[in-house]
Design a binder for this molecule. Structure first.
Ligand SMILES: [Zn+2]
Length: 503
């Protein structure tokens, strides 16, 4: 028996054993409890079954509140190996869903994305991130014998920037007559506040992630990364991806980071460096707002262009960093609030990077949410804290219709609720997308490397795939991947959830 086979057999016995043990021990009133406990036991079985590989020393993972928490530590290839190994099940589940999305929207095949990854993106990556990505492929392979290689993973890591930024640019270059109508996505509602705006003068930062449900329901990892170089990181993220990517995170030097994308952004610089790497690098190495903006600007490729909302708990200062390709702008204050809902506001960025976006149409999702943020934040000036932020992320007031109605214009997005869709993002009627999870933290929590997060719609509503697909056969192509998105509870996470006794 080879080592790998022996390990798989040993692991299977442990998992089956754990399941039987649990099933025989007690009866459950709630199947969900049973499932959670089962998963925890399986995870613990896994942990024990795998502890003999030296590269896995120190890593661990567990499930809580619908999230998968994973602790990674070491040099880049070790962090990658642990990531690929510990999240193998999640990567193998998420990968086909993302491949289907990328191919469906662009009408390009997977070899195309692999080639972009190998020829265009890989050479632009810093060595340490190449090593980390190779490590993910190695860890995944060691765990499951997966055939995915490093270029599949680089392509996966680029799922926000290649389909909606590079491909439209390429279609234009190639003057492709039948090019699909691709538009940069609008993702997320967020704010960061400080000074007299918050309850105790400290920074409060909060974000909900807007995506198609089939990717968002898999955006459920909490990464605790302790790299050999750079700062400790706590962030949410996607299986197999090295950046938070939606983005919400903090580092041990006091930086707090989130963003919302710039709607109708156009442009790509083929000489730039991938956004997913710059975003990860900035969170790992920036100790100040200035350093963060410097790293993001270095090799800016225009991909996944965002309005970054930043906070530095050491100084109490916050910033909005509107990062276009041809233009950018940084606003900063020690007493104020910045919100985001997928609109740009600098005239130069609007003119040069998002010329189609109309900031004055109150009916569109970004502008309606902008108005709602202004109302909510002004009403709560001086009272903002994490628990208020949780409520705001689940807010259902449509500022355009002036009524409560969970839809594409509310901070907690439910685009599937009606036939309007969001045309400026190419989201058609009843598009199965919206707010898929939320996170918040403040300076005190960030000092302890702690955040609170909720899986699913931040309002607590569930999405049910079966009735949705029955009513909307136009989304039948998502059927193999789209599943129920049940909301979990607001759940706390911090670094070092489990500390080995001897270290
Ligand atoms: Zn909601």
């Amino acid at each position: 028996m080879s080592d790998v086979v022996r390990k798989v057999v040993a692991l299977s016995i442990l998992i089956i054993g754990a399941g039987l043990l649990l099933a025989g021990r007690r009866s459950y009133t709630d199947t969900r409890d049973a499932k959670n406990e089962m998963e925890a036991t399986i995870e613990s079985a896994r942990k024990h079954a795998t502890s003999d590989d030296p590269r896995l020393k120190g890593t661990y993972s567990f499930e809580r509140g619908g999230w998968v928490y994973v602790h990674l530590e070491g040099d880049p290839s070790t962090i990658g190996f642990q990531h690929g190994y510990m999240l193998a099940r999640e990567i193998e589940d998420a990968f086909p869903a993302i491949v289907a999305l990328m191919m469906h929207s662009t009408k390009r095949d997977w070899p195309f994305f692999r080639e972009v990854a190998r020829e265009k993106l890989w050479p632009k990556l810093d060595l340490e991130y190449q090593q980390e990505l190779q490590g993910i492929a190695a860890g995944l392979n060691a765990r499951t014998g997966s055939a995915l290689d490093v270029y599949d993973l680089v392509a996966l890591n680029s799922f926000e920037e290649v389909p909606d930024y590079y491909v439209p640019w390429l279609d234009k270059q190639e003057k492709k007559a039948s090019a699909p109508n691709l538009k940069s996505p609008g993702n997320c509602s967020a704010f960061v506040a400080t000074g007299s705006w918050t309850k105790d003068g400290q920074i409060v930062i909060a974000h909900n992630n807007w995506t198609t449900y089939m990717s968002g329901e898999r955006w459920r990892v909490i990464f605790d990364i302790q790299p050999t170089h750079g700062y400790r990181i706590l962030m949410d993220g996607f299986p197999g991806v090295i950046a938070s990517d939606d983005d919400f995170g903090m580092n041990s030097d006091g930086l707090m980071v989130t963003e919302t994308t710039i709607s109708q952004f156009e442009g790509w610089d083929p000489n730039g460096k991938p956004e997913f790497m710059r975003a990860r690098k900035a969170l790992q190495y920036a100790g100040s707002i200035d350093e963060y903006t410097r790293i993001m600007l270095e090799g800016n490729n225009g991909g996944y262009a965002n309005d970054w909302l930043l906070g530095d708990r050491k100084t109490g200062e916050i910033a909005q960093f509107e990062l276009g390709l041809r233009a950018y702008k940084l606003w900063r204050t020690k007493d104020g609030v910045f919100s985001g809902s997928n609109w740009a506001r600098d005239p130069k960025v609007l003119k040069e990077d998002a010329p189609q976006f109309d900031p004055n149409n109150p009916e569109t999702s970004p502008n309606a949410r902008r108005v709602r943020w202004e109302q909510l934040l002004n009403e709560n000036k001086g009272k903002l804290d994490v628990s208020l932020a949780e409520q705001m992320l689940g807010d259902h007031v449509d500022s355009y219709e002036k009524k409560t109605d969970a839809n594409e214009r509310t901070l907690c997005g439910h685009v599937d609720s009606n036939a309007r869709g969001i045309s400026i993002w190419s989201w058609g009627p009843f598009y199965p997308g919206g707010a898929v999870q939320g996170k918040a933290t403040d300076s005190t929590m960030a000092k302890e490397m702690r955040l609170v997060a909720r899986m699913g719609h931040p309002c607590g509503d569930d999405f049910h795939a079966k009735p949705f697909l029955a009513s909307h056969p136009e989304f039948a192509w998502q059927e193999p991947y789209l599943r129920d998105m049940k909301a979990g509870p607001w759940t706390f996470f911090q670094t070092d959830e489990i500390r080995p006794a001897a270290k």
